[in-house]
Write a protein that binds this ligand. Structure first.
Ligand SMILES: Cc1ncc(COP(=O)(O)O)c(C=O)c1O
Length: 452
C-alpha cells in the first residue's frame, strides 16, 4: 500500500517498490535510485547502488549480490550488520521505553552506558553528555571549552574534518566545499598544520611533528596569545583528510602546551575511537589524557548517538542548562551502546582490531610493493589508507583511487576513499573482522588494482 500522503503517480514511486521485502524472490528487486526522486541530490554518495539488507560483514544489494562491507557506513557499524547482541538489546528496549528522557529525568540504559563509557576512559574523564551526531558533539565540546575558560580562541589543524554544523564546520578544512558559501564562519578559529608525514616528510612522523609544532608555536606567538585560547582540537589520526596518524610526540607536546596555558585539549575520537586504531582510543598511542573526548560513529553500531566526556568538575563549571539536546541519549540507542561495549570487552575486540590490522597492513604492503601507482600504505590498527599517485610525478591520483573502489565494489568489496584529492583508499573494516575476511578483502583489492 502506498501511504495516503504520497500521490500514487509520484514520479518513480511504485506500489511494488514500497512493499518490496528482502529475500522474497517473487518480487523483482526495485532499483531504488529510480524511486529516489524526492531524496536530496545534495548528499554525496560513494556508490549509486541500491541496498537491501545487511548480515554480519556482508551488505546485499537489491539484486541479491553480496559485498564484503569494509566501509561500515564510514566506520559506524563496527560490529557488522544486525549484530545479534545489539539487535536483541534494541528489541528489548523498544518494548520498554523508546522516547528520550533527558529533559525529564533518568533512564536506566542511559545512566548505565554513561558509566560504562566513562569506564573505558582514564578516571578523571568521568562525566558524559549524550548527543546525536559527531558534529553536534564537536560543537558541544567547543562550547564547553569557551564557557569554562572564558576565552574565545579555538585552534584546529589543517586537513581536519570535524563535521557540518557551524562550529564543527568552522574548524573543518579537509575540503573547501564544506565551507564555501557559508561565511562568515564562527570567529575565533586559528589553524595550524597537522603533523602529516605524507607526502612532505616521506613518512617520517617525527620530522612532521617537529615542523607542525614549530608552526603551532608561530600561531601562538603571532596570531593569538595562548592566554586567549579556549581549546585545541585534534583527530589523533587525521580521518577524512587522508588517514595520517599524528606522531605520539606531537600529542604529548600539545598536552604540555595546554597544561602550561590552561587550554582544553579536545580529542576528536569520532572516527578513531572504539578500538578502530587497535586501542580503545586513538589518544592512548601517546599516553596522554585529553580534557574532552568526542565520541560518535561506532558508539551504537548504527543508531544515532554521540557523546562528549570530560571531568565532572568541568561539566559543573560549564553549568546547568548551558547546553542540551531533545534527542541526545535516546534509551534505544543507549541500549545498543551497552551491547556494543559488552561485545568489545567480551570478545576482546581491541586485540582483534590490532591483530587484524597487522594482517591487513602486510597484505596491502605486498600489493603496494608491486605497484608504483601506490605511493604508501599508512595508518593504525584497522584504520589504514592506501595512497594512489601518478607513477611519473608522484602527485595524488584521486581519479585512480575512485576507479579502484568502483572496481572493488564490482568484485564484491566495499571500501571508500578519503584525502584532500580523494586519492587515498581507506580501510575501516569491522573491528570483529576475521583473518579469512581480511585475506579475502586483500585478494579482491589486489584484483581491483590490477584491473583498473
Ligand atoms: C573525525 C570526525 N569528526 C566529526 C565527524 C562528524 O560526525 P557526524 O557526521 O556524525 O556529524 C566525522 C564524520 O565523519 C569525523 O570523521
Amino acid at each position: 500500500m502506498i501511504p495516503a500522503n504520497i500521490p500514487s503517480d509520484a514520479p518513480g514511486l511504485t506500489a511494488r517498490a514500497l512493499t518490496y521485502t528482502p529475500g522474497v524472490s517473487s518480487v523483482t528487486p526495485p532499483d531504488l535510485a529510480a524511486t529516489a526522486t524526492h531524496l536530496t541530490p545534495v548528499l554525496g554518495r560513494y556508490f549509486e547502488r541500491s541496498w537491501s539488507h545487511g548480515d554480519g560483514h556482508r551488505l546485499y544489494d537489491t539484486s541479491g549480490k553480496a559485498y564484503l562491507d569494509f566501509a561500515n557506513g564510514i566506520a559506524v557499524t563496527a560490529l557488522g550488520h544486525r549484530h545479534p547482541r545489539v539487535t536483541a538489546a534494541i528489541h528489548a528496549q523498544v518494548d520498554r521505553l523508546i522516547g528520550p528522557t533527558g529533559a525529564i529525568g533518568y533512564a536506566e540504559p542511559v545512566a548505565r552506558l554513561a558509566a560504562m563509557l566513562a569506564g573505558t576512559l582514564p578516571e578523571r574523564l568521568d562525566s558524559v553528555m549524550f548527543l546525536n551526531s559527531g558534529s553536534e558533539a564537536i560543537d558541544a565540546a567547543l562550547k564547553l571549552a569557551r564557557r569554562v575558560t572564558g576565552r574565545p580562541g579555538m585552534v584546529a589543524f589543517r586537513g581536519g574534518f570535524h563535521g557540518r554544523t557551524f562550529g564543527a564546520m568552522s574548524i573543518t578544512t579537509s575540503n573547501l566545499n564544506y565551507r564555501t558559501g557559508y561565511e562568515p564562519l564562527v570567529p575565533g578559529v586559528y589553524l595550524s598544520p597537522y603533523p602529516a608525514a605524507y607526502p612532505e616528510f616521506d613518512g617520517d612522523a617525527e620530522r612532521a611533528a617537529a615542523a607542525a609544532l614549530a608552526a603551532l608555536g608561530t600561531v601562538l606567538e603571532t596570531e593569538i596569545s595562548p592566554s586567549k585560547v579556549a581549546s585545541i582540537v585534534i583527530e589523533p589520526v587525521l580521518g577524512e583528510g587522508g588517514y595520517q596518524p599524528a606522531a605520539p610526540s606531537f600529542l604529548v607536546a600539545l598536552r604540555e602546551i595546554c597544561d602550561e596555558h590552561g587550554i582544553l585539549l579536545i580529542a576528536d575520537e569520532v572516527q578513531t575511537g572504539y578500538a578502530r586504531t587497535g586501542r580503545m582510543w586513538g589518544f592512548e598511542a601517546a599516553g596522554i589524557i585529553p580534557d574532552v573526548v568526542v565520541v560518535a560513529k561506532a558508539i551504537a553500531n548504527g543508531l544515532p548517538l554521540s557523546a562528549i566526556v570530560a571531568s565532572r568538575t568541568r561539566m559543573e563549571q560549564w553549568g546547568r542548562s548551558a547546553h542540551g539536546s531533545t534527542y541526545g541519549g535516546n534509551p534505544v540507542a543507549c541500549a545498543a551502546g551497552i551491547a556494543v561495549l559488552e561485545t568489545i570487552a567480551e570478545e576482546r575486540l581491541i586485540e582483534n582490531a590490532a591483530t587484524r590490522g597487522e594482517e591487513l597492513r602486510s597484505g596491502l604492503d605486498r600489493i603496494a610493493a608491486e605497484d608504483p601507482r601506490i605511493g604508501n600504505v599508512r595508518g593504525r590498527g584497522l584504520m589504514l589508507g592506501v595512497e594512489f599517485v601518478h607513477d611519473e610525478t608522484g602527485q595524488p591520483d584521486g581519479a585512480l583511487a575512485k576507479a579502484v573502489i568502483a572496481r572493488a565494489a564490482d568484485l564484491g568489496l566495499l571500501v571508500l576513499t578519503c584525502g584532500m584529492s580523494g586519492q587515498v583508499v581507506r580501510w575501516i573494516p569491522p573491528i570483529n573482522a576475521t583473518s579469512a575476511e581480511v585475506s579475502e578483502a586483500v585478494e579482491i583489492f589486489a584484483e581491483a588494482v590490477r584491473t583498473v
